[in-house]
Design a protein around this ligand. Structure first.
Ligand code: CP
Ligand code: NVA
Length: 301
């Protein structure tokens, strides 16, 4: 695997291999077994948006693997002053062994990979969040003893998370249902692909989508970059919430996941969040293990 730009680029087999390696790295870390698989390697991490989990898990992950990570805020890089991505890619390729980037436009990530000569890992764009969904699939596998055959229901804004969850869920044999208001649906091409390649539905009926679900998932109503729309979105998304009523129509042993950060009483009630905090924080922990697996797959040659 050269890059991780989006989950659509990976086969189910490649996703399973990443998850298997992530399980192994998690077991080794928990048991104090060192695994310096990236000794001497350097990862540059470009951030054009805020981050807690992605930044800290990539940085710690590189350290665990015997390498090091450089935090590169776009506020300080010349890219933030307009240096073309083609040039940034070619320069960073001379210094680093890999780049992780969090930015707005998916094209910027694809261009870094196109013009550079080192692996590029997508740490979130407006279009998708592949690293998060690998951790989500890892968590589902831990709680459900497998992924295929489970029903995943996403409630809320059809955003970067939704796009990646649909692709990852369908590729791994899950039934995926999405409840989004009209006008805030996931990417049209991804939905068409999902309809052709698996069991997929998109509705504005939250309870219908959640019926019989094994996994319930939600994310913020206003993503990074949409702060100005936050108040308007509160009205549009009212009711697109994981709450006791939604839990009541899902399977009795349904798990709840959230990529975080969470807005209690908006997309999820505080009650449901706290009742499912174990799953949600295992999911956050799994970012570390899943991304270490991605780093090993991309950077160790
Ligand atoms: N879920 C996630 O990507 O969190 P951060 O924005 O904190 O990195
Ligand atoms: N949809 C959210 C995900 C954060 C991890 C955002 O883009 O802000």
């Amino acid at each position: 695997m050269k890059h991780l730009l989006k989950l659509m680029d990976l086969s189910a087999k490649e996703i399973s291999e990443i998850l298997n390696l992530a399980d192994q790295l998690k077991f080794e870390k928990k048991n104090g077994i060192k695994h310096p698989l990236l000794e001497g390697k350097t990862l540059g991490m470009i951030f054009e948006k805020s981050s807690t989990r992605t930044r800290v898990s990539f940085e710690t992950g590189m350290y665990d693997l015997g390498g090091m990570a450089l935090f590169l805020s776009s506020r300080d890089l010349q890219i933030g002053r307009g240096e073309p991505v083609e040039d940034t890619a070619r320069v960073l390729s001379r210094y680093l062994d890999g780049i992780m980037i969090r930015t707005f436009d998916q094209k910027e990530v694809e261009d870094l990979a196109k013009y550079g000569s080192i692996p590029v890992i997508n740490g979130l764009t407006d279009y998708c969040h592949p690293c998060q969904v690998l951790a989500d699939l890892m968590t589902i596998r831990e709680y459900k003893d497998g992924i295929s055959g489970n029903k995943l229901c996403y409630i809320g804004d059809g955003n970067n998370m939704t796009n990646s969850l649909i692709v990852g869920g369908i590729k791994m044999g899950m039934e995926v249902s999405v409840a989004c208001p009209e006008g805030y649906r996931p990417d049209a091409e991804i939905m068409q692909w999902a309809e052709k390649n698996g069991k997929f539905t998109c509705t504005d009926d939250v309870l219908k989508a959640a019926e019989g679900a094994d996994v319930l998932y939600t994310d913020v109503w206003a993503s990074m970059g949409q702060e100005a729309e936050a108040e308007a979105r509160k009205k549009i998304f009212k009711g697109y919430q994981i709450n006791a009523e939604v839990m009541g129509v899902a399977k009795s042993d349904a798990i709840v996941l959230h990529c975080l950060p969470a807005h209690r009483e908006e997309e999820i009630t505080a009650e449901v969040f706290e009742a499912h905090a174990n799953e949600i924080f295992d999911e956050a922990e799994n970012r570390l293990h899943a991304q270490k697996a991605v780093l090993v797959k991309c950077l160790s040659k």
